[in-house]
Design a protein around this ligand. Structure first.
Ligand SMILES: [Zn+2]
Length: 141
């Protein structure tokens, strides 16, 4: 991980120590949300577009995305063209893996969600693809 700010640094509304996060999350959830990992493509539970509902942060419960902004990007992870509210997520430059990417984190707790890509030509209102790990989200009807 070489984002401009390591996960766990910064001031957030929801704050726990690494040990407390480990108690609250499964090892798989912790590896993505608090360690910046990526779930394997086509393995997550929310890759298919849901008809309705909202997606909240699995770490803290903040609402992040709605099914209305989800689209089928066929990339192996849930894709959204915008967050529920631009204040719901935090964007940071990430230069890991020899690429310059924009990392997406939960603005309430600082947990890692995924990355956002732009200008790929998807027929959506923003032409942005918030490529988010299923395990970082929880769907609510
Ligand atoms: Zn959160």
């Amino acid at each position: 991980m070489s984002s401009e700010r390591p996960i766990g640094q910064g001031t957030y509304r929801v704050a726990f120590s690494a040990e407390q996060w480990r108690e609250r999350l499964s090892p798989q959830e912790y590896a993505v949300l608090r360690d910046g990992g990526t779930e394997r493509p086509f393995t997550g539970e929310y890759e298919e577009v849901r008809e309705a509902g909202t997606y909240e942060c699995r770490a803290c419960g903040a609402e992040l995305f709605t099914a209305a902004e989800q689209f089928d990007a066929r990339c192996g992870w849930p894709a959204f063209w915008a967050p529920t509210d631009s204040d719901a997520v935090e964007l940071l430059e990430d230069t890991s893996l020899g690429m310059r990417r924009i990392e997406v984190r939960c603005a309430a707790c600082g947990s890692h969600l995924g990355h956002v890509f732009e200008g790929e030509g998807f027929p959506t209102p923003t032409d942005q693809r918030y490529c988010i790990n299923s395990i970082s989200l929880r769907h609510r009807e």
